[in-house]
Design a protein around this ligand. Structure first.
Ligand code: UPG
Length: 261
């Protein structure tokens, strides 16, 4: 039997939940043998939660307003780190041996179950500053102890970008110069930026892409979609983005939309 591993994502509201649902179906489509788990907050509505429960093996509701928990205390000092704190809860899935966290705006194109052979913390470089890893895809080992240390770090040191990426890069700062096996190939987190791309590399290596990450304005659910032709039209267009957005919408139409109506 396969090890007790899980893919983990996060959604704090219904729009990110759409991303999480499509992501889950993309993982099923590529035939992963591992579990699907998700962190949600009370910002996700009841009907959406039902859809999520039908697809994910485990749904953990994190209530950031619970005044008795450690998280809330930390939050009071730094309210701007709300979503960051929520993502850190992924370390509390201690019922799994190892996990891979995926942002809700990622899409899995090919099976990548081999990621679970990597150790904490493995991630791919961020194209904006490649000495930092992008925190949209990372391999980690759930641990209450690490969770506690991360919260303490957040409370005392904060995050240099106000988000989880700055925090995690400071906490796991040896990532940049210690162990190359913790550097995932960019193909595991192809951060799609509308402002920059290395076109010849895309042409050469594009077919190796395993996970695409639709950051900022390229979020699939924010594009316009023609319900008659079933085609998406991106304002940001160009260089293969359109095709990837279409893949997202095809999964959405086939597996997610029927459950919503
Ligand atoms: N998220 C929510 N609700 C929100 C905002 C974010 O559930 O209102 C979750 C969701 O899973 C999302 C992730 O958090 O995919 C990251 O947020 P996103 O809006 O996708 O951030 P980006 O600007 O696209 O991403 C960069 C990094 C990402 C990091 C984030 C903040 O790629 O990994 O979490 O910056 O540091």
């Amino acid at each position: 039997s396969s090890p007790n591993n899980a893919w983990v994502t996060l959604a704090t509201n219904d729009s990110y939940s759409l991303g999480a649902l499509v992501l889950a179906h993309s993982l099923k489509t590529v035939g992963t043998v591992y579990k699907l788990a998700i962190l949600i907050t009370p910002g996700v509505t009841a009907p959406m939660k039902q859809q999520i429960e039908a697809v994910f093996d485990e749904v953990k509701v994190v209530d950031v307003l619970d005044s008795k928990d450690q998280t809330h205390l930390a939050l009071m000092c730094r309210p701007e780190l709300g979503v960051t704190f929520t993502k850190l809860h992924c370390w509390t899935f201690t019922n799994y041996d190892k996990c891979v966290f995926l942002d809700a705006d990622t899409l899995v194109l090919q099976n990548c179950d081999e990621l679970f052979q990597r150790e904490e913390l493995s991630a791919a470089p961020d194209p904006g500053w490649p000495d930092c890893f992008n925190s949209g895809v990372f391999v980690y080992k759930p641990s209450q102890d690490t969770f506690g240390q991360l919260l303490e770090f957040a409370r005392t040191r904060g995050s240099f970008d106000g988000g989880d990426q700055g925090l995690l890069n400071m906490f796991f700062k040896e990532w940049s110069n210690t162990d190359i096996s913790k550097h995932l190939s960019f193909t595991y987190n192809v951060v799609w930026s509308s402002t920059y791309s290395y076109l010849p590399a895309l042409k050469q290596f594009g077919q190796n892409m395993k996970i695409v990450h639709f950051i900022s304005s390229s979020k699939p659910w924010l594009q316009s979609f023609n319900t008659e032709t079933r085609l998406v039209t991106s304002k940001h267009g160009g260089s293969g983005l359109q095709e990837l957005l279409q893949l997202w919408w095809d999964l959405f139409c086939r597996h997610v939309h029927p459950g919503l109506s």
